[in-house]
Design a protein around this ligand. Structure first.
Ligand code: NAD
Ligand code: UDP
Length: 327
């Protein structure tokens, strides 16, 4: 794949975050020039520090809810800007909603004015607590519009609406990826999502927190697979006609995920129950028929392999901090 995007110019909003930074690495490895716009709300400079001397990369610190600063003309715009973990997006719900609505609107205008192709990072949360299983793109979802998750779920649903309206009204070339739970290196230790929580708790020997009875399910996709899907979706030249699910169809309960991490880390940690958060979806698994058919994409990294790489990364991340002597 190296060099296949030689000369292409790309804007990645939210590129200092977990998925965005991996996407930028893949784009640069393929020969693209990349500008990252990020407010560093949940993203980190450390995720991009290895690119400091790369002349094909630049970083612009900006909040997409504000008028955008001067940016170079690009061919592709990826919009990943939005806090993605429940504790982070619920910390300032008004800003989360504004990021998806105002921020996406500004980036869509930027893409329209520069004639760029636009990809919106949407989410399986648009299906809410789904009444259909597995979730196909044709399902309209079951979302509580006034609950604590709504700033994210309804924000992302509005962002999808805006994106399709720019296609209808302005002829913009758009793509919408509905991303299911994704994990891997560069998640934050304080991210609050289940994979990072459980791995960090296991490595530290702390209590492992299971919310509710642990019978709720999720389907976890390793980040390199997801990035491959995003790139294929952006590069596709065939008509897509609607959003595309990207995720790993292997579904397991939260309890089973915890058992797996406990076995893999050989931790002495205890498992403790905590209340199930409000509106926590009970089941989630993507139907990826459209991604398979339209993009020739399906995930390749087995859960055990992805978890091994993630555990190894967190071990390196956490170890130096824990080894530091108390002052
Ligand atoms: P992340 O929190 O690591 O990354 C989000 C990035 O957006 C961060 O760098 C953050 O600083 C930036 N950001 C947030 N608000 C901003 C604003 N107003 N202006 C500029 N930058 C802003 O999360 P992630 O897991 O990498 O998710 C990336 C995208 O993928 C998000 O849009 C998320 O909704 C979507 N997504 C992720 C998952 C997942 O499982 N990781 C699942 C579904 C959808
Ligand atoms: N969860 C858990 N323990 C944690 C964090 C999350 O049991 O320490 C549960 C959470 O209630 C949900 C599932 O794990 O049922 C996935 O949560 P996450 O925040 O990772 O993703 P999302 O709910 O957005 O799919």
């Amino acid at each position: 794949m190296v060099g296949t995007r030689s000369g292409i110019r790309v804007l990645v909003a939210g590129g200092a975050g977990f998925i965005g930074s991996h996407l930028i690495d893949a784009l640069l490895a393929d020969g693209a020039r990349v500008t990252c716009v990020d407010s560093l709300l949940t993203g980190r400079r450390a995720n991009l520090a290895h690119l400091a001397n790369d002349a094909r990369f630049d970083f612009v610190e900006a909040d997409v809810t504000e008028p955008l600063p001067a940016l170079p003309r690009v061919d592709w715009v990826f919009n990943l800007a939005c806090a993605a973990s429940p504790p982070h997006y619920q910390a300032d719900p008004v800003h989360t909603m504004m990021t998806s609505v105002l921020g996406t609107g500004r980036l869509l205008e930027f893409a329209r004015d520069g004639g760029a192709r636009f990809l919106q990072a949407s989410t399986s949360e648009v299906y809410g607590d789904p009444e259909r299983h597995p979730q196909q793109e044709s399902y309209w979802g079951n979302v509580n519009p006034t609950g604590p998750r709504a700033c994210y779920d309804e924000g992302k649903r509005s962002a999808e609406t805006l994106t399709f309206d720019f296609e209808r009204q302005h002829g913009l070339d758009i793509r919408v990826a509905r991303i299911f739970n994704t994990y891997g290196p560069r998640m934050r230790a304080d991210d609050g999502r289940v994979v990072s929580n459980v791995i960090c708790q296991a490595l530290a020997g702390d209590d492992i927190t299971v919310y509710g009875n642990g019978e709720q399910t999720r389907s976890f996709c390793y980040v390199s697979d997801l990035v491959d899907g995003l790139l294929r979706l952006m590069a596709a030249e065939t008509p897509l006609d609607g959003p595309v699910n990207l995720g790993n169809p292997r579904e397991l309960t939260v309890g089973a995920l915890v058992d797996l991490v406990v076995r893999m880390t050989e931790t002495p940690s205890r498992i403790v129950r905590r209340p199930l958060p409000v509106d926590d979806p009970q089941r989630r698994r993507p139907d990826i028929t459209r991604a398979e058919t339209l993009l020739g994409w399906s995930p390749r990294v087995p859960l055990e392999e992805g978890l091994e790489a993630t555990i190894a990364w967190f071990s390196r991340e956490i170890a130096p901090r824990r080894a530091r002597p108390a002052i």
